[in-house]
Design a protein around this ligand. Structure first.
Ligand code: UDX
Length: 432
């Protein structure tokens, strides 16, 4: 089956590569010529475990190719739109201009019936607008527009694509549903559930899922603050709550607040949609506020751990990306933490296994180091911001010996407080 993927960002590239790995014939289209040239030369635009190998293998097998030419949509049985939907400046609404532009260009280049599948995260009703645009541009063609939201976590995207909890397909068109069954047939055979629903419902499912997960994280983060006040342990609270099947143990890890390309943007867009339809989502509104405040509060937590004054102090930060196994810095808690600490007069040095190139654009004053040990050297305090695996088993005695101070703030609870105190750290974590 021939598939065209418009947009070679995170979602488009991972989805395109995975579809080709299923045996489909995939062409990925992007306007960014430097990105396409790089991909043709085997250079990935993002860091995602397993992606490079997957792309190279399928390119070599002749099932995956890249182009800047939108004409490539001709003859594709399914054309996916996987372009960016950033937050619109000012009101938080999703900016749909790239989606609509893609719809117009696809319609202008089609020469037969087509199934156009929206994979970008878009507000309810966007599929209707995409359909309207396409019908206007190509009134004589039989075009079906489907919503097929993605649920890929950065750092685990390939696995999430190949072993999904569910595949949501929103369409009112039986022929389109048959095409989607064929697209996902390899997963269907693997017993991944396909959930067929209306298009508007599918669009909303994506926002509902992300807003709920963001709520779960924010709930446990507030619980962690209370644990600190009352002398309880949030990890045990998570275990105690999460072992109730109705709640589930995932996404109950307290930390510095959620970041990334999805939760911050999608919660804002959902709030905006809900307001537009006069059906406000007050829980999600609170989640966004609590999470925003929390990121900067983590900076204050470090300052408190250092006795209230960090002027002239050197603080070593381990991890900058919003989560491990990605180079993505979008809305990373580290940004607000660095800002708060620098505002208070501290000097920051940092190490992140994949995120330093991205981070350097955002935090130009931070001194980037080569590894965790070099970062800790002569620092007054060590702060763990992102739980990369290589930070989980550091030689902490060696780190402490090389530091000037003995303060450690573990914002991901990856070390045991008893062990750290025994080594000689003045150790603070989250909710314990
Ligand atoms: C998310 C969704 O999980 C995915 O389904 C969606 O399609 C895109 O958005 P992603 O942003 O890659 O994926 O990361 P995720 O693993 O969900 O983590 C998001 C943020 O929440 C990170 O900052 C992470 O550190 C934080 N988090 C997650 C917690 O603080 N605690 C948790 O228990 C889980």
């Amino acid at each position: 089956m021939k598939i065209a993927m418009i947009g070679t960002g995170y979602v488009g590239l991972v989805s395109g590569a995975c579809f080709s790995d299923f045996g489909h014939d995939v062409i990925c289209v992007d306007k960014d010529i430097s990105k396409i040239t790089a991909l043709e030369n085997g250079i990935m635009p993002i860091y995602e475990p397993g992606l490079e190998e997957l792309v190279l293998r399928n390119v070599a097998a002749g099932r995956l190719s890249f182009t800047t030419e939108i004409e490539a949509v001709k003859g594709a049985a399914a054309i996916f739109i996987a372009v960016g939907t950033p937050s619109r400046r000012g009101d938080g609404h999703a900016d749909l201009r790239y989606v609509f532009a893609a719809a117009e260009e696809i319609a202008a280049n089609l020469d037969g019936p087509a199934v156009v599948v929206d994979k970008s995260t878009v507000p309810v009703g966007t599929g209707d607008e995409v359909e309207r645009i396409m019908r206007e541009k190509a009134p004589n063609l039989d075009i079906a527009v489907v919503s097929n939201p993605e649920f890929l976590r950065e750092g685990a995207a390939i696995d999430d694509f190949k072993r999904p909890d569910r595949i949501v397909i929103g369409s009112e068109d039986e022929r389109a549903n048959d095409v989607m069954r064929e697209v996902y047939r390899p997963l269907f055979l693997n017993k991944s559930p396909l959930l067929f629903t209306g298009r508007r419902t599918a669009e909303l499912i994506k926002y509902a899922a992300n807003a709920f997960l963001a709520t779960k994280i924010t709930f446990i983060n507030e619980m962690a603050d209370l644990c600190e006040k009352v002398g309880a342990n949030v990890q045990d609270v998570s275990r105690g709550m999460g072992s109730d099947n109705r709640i589930g143990s995932k996404f109950l890890h307290a930390g510095p607040g959620y970041g990334g390309s999805c939760f911050p943007k999608d919660t804002l867009a959902l709030i905006k949609t809900a307001q537009d339809y006069n059906s406000p989502m007050q829980i999600v509104e609170s989640v966004v506020q609590v999470n925003d405040k929390r990121k900067r509060a983590m900076g204050r937590k470090v300052i408190e751990a250092m006795g209230g004054d960090v002027r002239g102090k050197k603080i070593a930060m381990l991890g900058l990306t919003f989560k491990p196994n990605t180079d993505d810095m979008r809305d990373a808690p580290s940004i607000a933490i660095v800002q708060a600490l620098e505002d208070a007069g501290a000097q920051i040095c940092a190490y992140d296994p994949e995120g330093m190139k991205e981070a350097a654009h955002i935090m130009a004053t931070v001194d980037m180091k080569q590894n965790a040990y070099e970062t800790a050297q002569s620092a007054d305090a060590l702060v763990i911001v992102t739980e990369w695996d290589i930070f989980r088993a550091l030689d902490m005695r060696r780190i402490l010996t090389s530091m000037k101070g003995n303060i450690m703030v573990d914002l991901r609870n990856i070390y045991d407080d008893h062990d750290m105190r025994e080594i000689g750290f003045s150790y603070t974590s989250v909710g314990r």
